[in-house]
Design a protein around this ligand. Sequence first.
Ligand code: AG3
Length: 277
Amino acid sequence: MIWFTEHWTENVGLTVKANEVKRIKSKYQEILVLDTPEFGKMLVLDGLVQTTERDEFIYHEMLAHPAMVMHSNPERVLVIGGGDGGTVREILKHKSVKEVHLCEIDEEVIIVSEKYFPSISEKLRDPKVKIFIEDGNSFLEERKDYYDVIIMDSSDPVGASEVLFKKEFYEKVKSSLRKNGIMVAQTESPILQEKYFSRAFGEIRKVFRNVGVYLAYVPTYPSGMWSFTIASDFVDVKDTSVNREKVKELKTKYFCDSIYACLFALPQFVQEILKKS
Ligand code: AG3
């Protein structure tokens, strides 16, 4: 066994005991699969923990369901990034969905996930799912006015993911959404990555009329406190009195009615960051 550390900042990190299962260099990044006693298998890209078998449900449920519930009839959904398939699996829990497009830049991530993370990637071959190995930024240019929900399931805003956190990119997202479309993005940790978080929120707010931030607790991500930013021009994304009955029909382990009801309850310091952004 080895000790693996993700350096969250220069001064703090997450260390786990692990067996190294696989390490490859793809065209875009180093892909590492670890097997850990507490968290099961862990997927690491360029040194950053992306998901683990033990806690992946928290992130994937919280990334997918709020937007899917808030939209009254999501039929066409796009995931940008998310090659492990966890977000796609959650989206398919919604009966209204007719097609899910997954746009992942690195095919190797999909291959590795299908081999080592079957419980996460299990729905990638569902007939409703179409996989595109492309860069999200150029993919959107060819699909205007098409999706009901667009979900950004990216890594941190460094390397290949950096463009996915810029205003120009959110503008493309907006023009690829149909009327009543909703987008949601993972937007990093408000406590350990305040700059990333506040920048992402600031950029999204420049582009969309209605924007909301909510949090979830993901133990293997920096600080554990994780943010998501949801936005729409036509849907009041902060009104969680809508579509409550849809939440009860979902089989989930973290997301539930009481979390949906107070989705936008934020700690004071996070509200302050948003005011300054
Ligand atoms: N996407 C968010 C990962 C960000 C983690 N950051 C970090 N460990 N510094 C995960 C993709 C899962 N589908």
